[in-house]
Design a protein around this ligand. Structure first.
Ligand code: NAD
Length: 345
């Protein structure tokens, strides 16, 4: 693998493939995109023409193509597990988009398949790699805000209909394909982010997960959850597809010595306000938008390729994806039963 280009197939040729995976692979001199697959042939063909690759309408054909070493799984959520497992069984490394799967059983099967194949399995939780979150994690670990006591985090925007290649009638709104709505699209990012920032597990949750406004679909468009961590910190997680217009992607962490605001100010994306009156402002860049695509790389594709190249574990493993998914599953159960739920790990 040292001098050979890594051959890649991208399965699912919609928006995340177009804006993130394809351009970020193409930017690497050590990677060659060999194939795109999509159940809608024209979608795969459009990207195949742009990147001089082959187009397939069945992902199995892309997996069978000679020279494919690694696969990006960019399909609707319910297909993540079956396609990832098929790719691993075919001996490919896999970068799978979030949410990793639709159940803990599926997530475990994906992890087991990666172990059996001896291949990389990475999950696309890109928020961990964003410089503002890396900086904030460091400040929290350094004890700048003291012992973490509480937090609030939000990922909220007007919904995926303007993003998905399938628009307002697409899979994002169909429970069979998506398994979950705003909570799986956005909430899982923030469950993962809180686990990353605090370096501890979320152990118990309460939640409302509701369909409040979207005229289409049968999935949640709003979720408000209360999370408790292993050390006893408590906080809220909001995921919404009805914040019209605009986006709230900010996180506040409150500790015994002060608090940190992440992604709340357009210029100073990390700010600390301490009890002793001190203020710290850091210009470490805004959270990248997916629409900006290759203009501000997510770092996910680079990390995946480096993991393959250097034969080292990826920064966001299958097990990390599984633990973040477990928070979402517990929130869904809490909402359904109207009772607190332990996160099953
Ligand atoms: N990490 C992030 O920030 C981020 C952002 C957006 C989406 N995502 C994730 O990426 C995945 C794809 O989302 P998207 O926004 O690109 O959706 P999209 O609707 O734009 O595209 C999905 C594509 O998958 C294709 N597809 C469906 N079934 C298929 C099959 N059997 N084989 C091959 N292709 C198939 C569809 O035809 C469509 O072209 C989702 O899991 C989503 O949660 C992640």
């Amino acid at each position: 693998m040292a001098n050979k280009k890594i051959g890649v197939a991208i399965i699912g040729s919609g928006s995340i493939a177009t804006h993130r995976h394809a351009p970020e692979y193409a930017a690497r001199p050590d990677v060659r995109i060999l194939a795109f697959a999509d159940r809608v042939p024209e979608r795969a063909e459009t990207l195949a023409r742009k990147y001089d690759a082959k187009a397939f309408s069945h992902y199995e054909e892309a997996l069978a193509l000679k020279g494919v070493d690694a696969v990006s799984v960019c399909t609707p959520n319910a297909l993540h597990a079956p396609i990832t497992i098929a790719a691993l069984e075919a001996g490919k490394h896999v970068l799978c988009e979030k949410p990793m799967a639709t159940s803990d059983q599926e997530a475990k099967a994906m992890i087991a398949a990666a172990q059996k194949a001896g291949k990389v399995l990475m999950i696309g939780h890109n928020q961990r790699l964003a410089p503002l979150h890396v900086k904030a994690k460091q400040l929290i670990a350094d004890g700048v805000i003291g012992k973490v006591l509480s937090f609030r985090t939000s990922f909220s925007h007007p919904g995926p209909e303007s993003w998905s290649i399938e628009g307002a009638t697409g899979w994002f709104f169909d429970k069979k394909q998506a398994f979950v709505g705003s909570m799986g699209d956005l909430g899982v990012h923030k469950a993962d982010l809180i686990r990353f920032l605090l370096g501890e597990e979320i152990v118990e949750v309460a939640a409302f997960v509701e369909h409040l406004d979207k005229p289409m679909g049968d999935v949640d468009d709003n979720a408000v959850c209360i999370l408790k961590t292993a050390s006893g910190a408590i906080g809220t997680l909001t995921a919404s597809w009805t914040h019209y217009p605009g986006e709230d992607n900010a996180t506040y962490i409150y500790g015994s010595k002060g608090h940190i605001r992440i992604g709340a100010d357009p210029r100073f994306s990390v700010m600390c306000f301490l009890k002793n009156g001190e203020k710290q402002y850091y210009e470490v860049g805004a959270l990248q938008t997916n629409e900006a695509g290759g203009q501000s790389a997510s770092g996910v594709i680079d990390a995946f390729v480096e993991s393959i190249r250097t034969n080292t574990p990826p920064p966001i493993s299958g097990e990390e994806g599984r633990r973040s998914l477990a928070v979402i599953i517990a929130c869904l159960k809490a909402a359904e039963t109207r009772r607190y739920q332990k996160v099953a790990l």
